[in-house]
Design a binder for this molecule. Sequence first.
Ligand code: PMP
Length: 356
Amino acid sequence: KNMSVYNFAAGPAMLPASVINQIKSDLPSFNDSGMSVMEISHRSDLFEKIINEAKTNLLELLNLSDDYEVLFLQGGATTQFAAIPMNIAKTKHIGLVDTGHWSIRAQEEAKRAGIKVDTIASSKTDQYHNIPNVKQPQQDLDYIHLTTNNTIEGTAYNKLPNLTTPLVLDVSSNFLAQSYQFKNVDVIYGGAQKNIGIAGLTIVAVRKDLITENDLPGMWNFQILSKKNSMLNTPPVFAIYTANLVLKWLKNLGGVAEIEKRNRQKSGLLYDFLDNSKLFNNPVKKDSRSLTNIVFSTGNDELDNKFIEQAKENNLVNLKGHRLVGGMRASLYNAMPYEGAEALVDFLEKFERDNW
Ligand code: PMP
């Protein structure tokens, strides 16, 4: 069996081949230390260098100044749904843009943390097939939570709304995949397991002036975590090391502008096929299309399953859609080469010829 596959999983997702190779060659003895990265102390100079490099690389790639602190945390983006409002929502009253499953999860967790959440825009009545236009709300809000890319529904903001209320952005599924003007943004956060490495690491870039004294327990407390350079407890050393390799890979490639160009080529190929297909269809409004998660189906569950099975036999794996929406989903994150999108479209064409 051919072990080389194109992995279209939504996360954990594929890593760049060169990063896997670097990990392989580093593994027995990192920097001639005689130890693998999995074995080194987080208090060592070796790791100190990695974490500080990763911070600098992230800020540079996001085009953020050092007005922002970068925290490397655990507990996933899901923990941050509550931790962010607990730390920075001074009046415990925030706005939320409802674009589907993950935005609702963010709302639920904030509410559990005692935060009042006003939905200020929603595309629910359109089954989340578009992203709603966000207008300046009249009420005073600490910030507005917005999911830049909706992993399950396959939608994305290609431009951020320009408001006087600051934004908090869940960028989990298009982290460094397309460029945004981060104007009036309090926090940018997301899990690393889609675009920046492996599971176990959550990245939070937060405006330094929002990090203030508070009573939260240490692992939830941005001030304490920041003072400890994200090392209040043992950090996920291997995940931070992997993230730094991915960040360096992206910098060498030309940064976010270059990867966005490539992501538009990959997703464009697939969307063009879907737009012209008689068998497959994509339900998302054109101006709301995600570059990273492309959803499609035949409208027939049996045929969808047959497609997913046969695609797998052809080394195109993890194309099953999220259980909430069914159908198929191709995640084309930064590490997916153009050839992967091409192989998928070739197979879609063949399947359509055989089944139409
Ligand atoms: N937000 C978005 C947009 C996501 O796609 C996900 C995970 N799929 C999450 C949040 C939750 O992330 P985690 O599993 O890291 O808690």
